[in-house]
Every structure is written in C-alpha cells, then in structure tokens.
Ligand binder design. Structure first.
Ligand SMILES: C[S@@+](CC[C@H](N)C(=O)[O-])C[C@H]1O[C@@H](n2cnc3c(N)ncnc32)[C@H](O)[C@@H]1O
Length: 207
C-alpha cells in the first residue's frame, strides 16, 4: 500500500511558485523515503546504471541535481561512485540527505536562478524526479551543462506530461543546434514498480 497519508505526491506538483514547492518538500522531507519506497521507486537505480555503464572512473565527481533526501545519490553510491555533491531547493530535504553520509558537499540551490559554482567542475550530473510538473523546466539545462566538463554526461528523468507541457522536444533540438549538447539516449519507463508514472530517461552529452 502507498504510504502517503498527507497526499504529498499530488501536492508537490500543484505549487505555483518556488516558495510553494520549498514549503511542501519541507513538510514531506521526514517521510519522503518511506512514501517513495512504498511505491517501488526505482529511478535512482535506473539513472545510476546509465551513468555507471559509461563512466568507469568511480572517483569522477558527480553532481546530483535536485538531490532531495539523497535517494538518487544512494543509487550512485551503490554503483561505487565516491565523489557525489548534491544541490536542492529544500533545506529539510538536504538535511535528510546529509544523514545518509554519502555526499561530499550538499548545497541549497534554486535551479531557476544562476548557480554560484565554477564551470566544468563535474564529470557528470544526474537529476532524478526534478524535471517534472510544477518544479524545474528545460530552460535550466544549459546552466547545469555549464558545471560539467566538455564531453561530460547529464542523465535525467523528465515526466512524460512535463515533456509535452514544457516543450522539451523543441528546446533540446535548439540546444543541439547551438552545439551545446547531443542527445545520446531517450527512452520511456515508469518511475515506479507499483504505479504507472511514465518518464523519459534522457542521456545528454555535453559538446
Ligand atoms: C521528487 S524530488 C526528487 C529527489 C531525489 N532526486 C530523488 O530521486 O528522490 C524533487 C526534488 O526537486 C527539488 N526541487 C524542486 N524545485 C527545485 C528548484 N527550483 N531548485 C532546486 N531543487 C528543486 C525538491 O526540493 C525535491 O527535493
């Protein structure tokens, strides 16, 4: 049975502002892992396996974008990656991630604004469950690519409804035309074992 008595799964997608989103995740942080685990949340492991298939150097620094409570970092850690930094909007979610003791650095960041980090710090980035309805849109992809070294990778999930609503096809084509990125893979799978919520699993190469 799904453990989500406060209906956070729905509520996080209904926020109109970044502040609304921060508030709901702040309230959800302590029970988030339990809710997602009850649904058979598997995307952290699926995304980590995409990166692990391409990057053999387990010391390569990896950025977890919208790391939340750290389930996505846990996926990377399970595949042996040792140098993982996380960024997220919600201090309460970051606090839960810190308790997992798998991240090198955890930093509060609003992805809808410029990120105060140097260019090319990371060999790769992942983002699981953050490019979705009511969260962040594809226009922040170039800022994330800026943080990755040339030829580095960005693996992310995008919920299928957000894909259509936010015009990912056109924007990715535009960024590819500007020689910012190459789409290396794009397939659709469910985020969950126990619920059908389809998402694109994208692998982008930074040019
Ligand atoms: C569904 S959770 C995914 C968390 C984690 N990646 C996972 O797989 O469990 C989405 C995360 O996106 C973060 N988020 C939403 N809007 C954001 C923004 N504007 N900037 C940074 N993080 C944001 C939330 O705080 C939340 O932790």
């Amino acid at each position: 049975m799904t453990k989500d008595p406060e209906n956070y799964m729905e509520r996080v997608h209904q926020g109109k502002t970044v502040e609304d989103t921060r508030q709901v995740y702040g309230d959800w942080a302590k029970t988030y892992d339990e809710t997602l685990t009850s649904l058979g949340y598997r995307s952290p492991w699926l995304v980590a396996s995409i990166i692990a298939a391409r990057i053999s150097d387990k010391t390569a620094p990896i950025l977890d974008v919208g790391c939340g409570t750290g389930m996505s970092g846990q996926g990377l850690s399970n595949y042996g990656f040792e140098t993982i930094d996380g960024i997220d909007l919600s201090p309460e979610m970051l606090e839960q991630a810190r308790a997992k003791d798998i991240y090198r650095n955890l930093t509060p960041v609003d992805l809808t604004r410029p990120i105060d980090m140097e260019d090319g710090l990371y060999g790769a980035a992942v983002s699981v469950g953050t490019f979705t309805v009511g969260h962040v849109k594809p226009d922040c992809i170039p800022e994330i690519l800026r943080l990755i070294r040339p030829r580095g990778l960005f693996a992310l999930t995008v919920r299928t409804d957000a894909w259509h609503d936010h015009g990912y096809d056109a924007l990715l084509e535009k960024y590819a035309g500007q020689n910012l990125l190459t789409v290396l893979d794009n397939h659709i799978q469910s985020h969950f074992e126990n619920q059908d919520q389809q998402a694109h699993f994208l692998l982008l190469g930074k040019n």
